[in-house]
Design a binder for this molecule. Structure first.
Ligand code: ACO
Length: 430
């Protein structure tokens, strides 16, 4: 028999259907709540609100579980690549060889930007925030229809749009970095795989091709793969909210990039490094920083600590901590900021304030350290996160588009403003 939960309010009562997910997660279906009782729910930050059902990513925050399409993140981190994971997330299964080859070929074909993009880049100041450039440029892609796009079937159009976004976001990112440094753009090399091609566009010089070491390529592949999706977080919810109005996929992903930018979301990886640098340069000890975070001095928080969902450990952080130790060892990096990071981590993990609130290092804590070690400038960290998250946004956008029950996102509110009162002419106002 279908399970229900009874809600009674004054003289009215309603049986709310209980929905169960494939991993036993339970939710109340409140679709009839307002029409039956006149009530709405109030849940700032949506901590208790499921906005959709989804088959893409499963997280158990208490147990530290993260799975893409059912496959544990640890297995994907060990055996897969970012491009294969992108296919998995978007199309719901691991690709066979022909499918993966076809997708790779599409990524190669879609890597370059229309030459007119040069003018768009020139319109930005050289020190413009790269996330602003990325969001604007991702939106701009849709303004340049592909040759023959009007004749593509809906399936073909979607896969080309997806390949275009995943491939071009990397080119835009690299070009924005080159422009910020006053360096000439380096065009994508069709012979290079995804990550190596990105590093080539970032760091090659005319007549001096940059050859990234396999350790660096692997580390970046891992970072992108671990960021590829994380169910209904701030930016994924943004993709769905914007997409629910039937906005195109580029506009929806551009909005997600804006959502990711903030320091409480993707911007945290930059904030971690800035915090470590400030502590190091300012002569503030790790113990002082912990004290400031506990006292909330000037709103200070330990960046890279805490997570809305993970309350024991972040499985991505665990994988990246091991990767950070490995890649820094391989590259022989000696970094004073790493010592600060280790001290903070050790002290916070033993401090009752952090233990009681279940505040553990999250993925951004270690990804920032690795990216710094492999030469990615700090102001590009969140851009790297956006490159990694693009397949997840595309998968979320597609799932919503294909869901017959999907409706335009339109929350309600409890109004707490002034009651009706009259307009007062300006000369009669106090
Ligand atoms: N440092 C110090 N105290 C913290 C921290 C922190 N990093 N994070 C949370 N707290 C404290 C809060 O002050 C609060 O304390 P109180 O109960 O005494 O009031 C308690 O822990 C709960 O905090 P909330 O803000 O309610 O937790 P929420 O789930 O809303 O926020 C968040 C999660 C945004 C990640 C938060 O922990 C934070 O700001 N962390 C730092 C930023 C960061 O690293 N963000 C990256 C998130 S991961 C990602 O986006 C990939």
């Amino acid at each position: 028999m279908a399970r229900t939960a009874k809600l009674t309010f004054e003289d009215r009562s309603i049986d709310l259907p209980v929905v169960e997910g494939t991993e036993g997660e339970l939710g109340l279906d409140i679709g009839k709540l307002r029409s039956s009782t006149g009530l709405i729910t109030l849940d700032p930050g949506y901590g208790n609100t499921g906005s959709c059902t989804s088959e893409i990513t499963f997280i158990d925050g208490e147990k530290g579980i993260l799975r893409y399409r059912g496959i544990p993140i640890e297995q994907l981190a060990k055996h897969s690549t970012f491009v294969e994971v992108a296919w998995l997330l978007i199309f719901g299964k691991l690709p066979n060889r022909a499918e993966l080859d076809d997708f790779r070929e599409r990524l190669v074909r879609n890597a370059s930007l229309h030459e007119a993009f040069k003018h768009h880049f020139e319109g930005f100041l050289v020190d413009a925030p790269p996330m602003a450039i990325l969001s604007a440029m991702v939106n701009t892609i849709a303004c340049f229809p592909r040759h023959g796009e009007q004749d593509e079937s809906p399936e073909e159009r979607f896969i080309e749009d997806a390949a275009q976004l995943i491939s071009k976001v990397r080119t835009i990112a690299a070009h924005s970095y080159r422009r910020s440094m006053g360096l000439p753009f380096i065009y994508p090399d069709p012979k290079l795989p995804y990550v190596a091609n990105f590093l080539h566009m970032m760091f090659s010089m005319p007549y001096d091709t940059h050859h990234a070491s396999p350790e660096v390529v692997d580390a970046l592949n891992l970072i992108l793969l671990l960021h590829a999706d994380h169910e209904q977080n701030c930016s994924a919810s943004t993709v769905r909210t914007v997409g629910s109005s039937l906005a195109n996929i580029n506009a929806s992903c551009a909005a997600a990039i804006a959502a990711l930018w903030g320091p409480l979301h993707g911007g945290a990886n930059m904030a971690v490094l800035e915090m470590l640098e400030a502590i190091h340069k300012g002569g503030v000890s790790a113990a002082d920083a912990i004290k400031m975070a506990k006292e909330g001095t000037d709103g200070f928080r330990l960046m890279g600590f805490g997570h809305r969902v993970y309350k024991n450990f972040d499985p991505r952080a665990r994988i990246l901590k091991a990767a950070a130790d490995k890649v820094l060892g391989q590259l022989g990096v000696k970094d004073p900021l790493l010592d600060v990071a280790r001290q903070l981590e050790e002290m916070a993990l033993e401090d009752p304030y952090f233990v009681e609130r279940k505040l553990y290092p999250n993925v951004d804590f270690y990804s920032g350290i690795i990216m710094r070690a492999i030469g990615i400038p700090t102001n590009m960290f969140t851009v790297l996160f956006a490159i990694g998250r693009m397949p997840g946004w595309i998968a979320q956008w597609k799932e919503q588009r294909d869901d017959p029950k999907s409706r335009i996102a339109r929350p309600r509110q409890i109004y707490i403003g002034a009651n009706e009162n009259d307009y007062v002419p300006i000369d009669q106002r106090p």
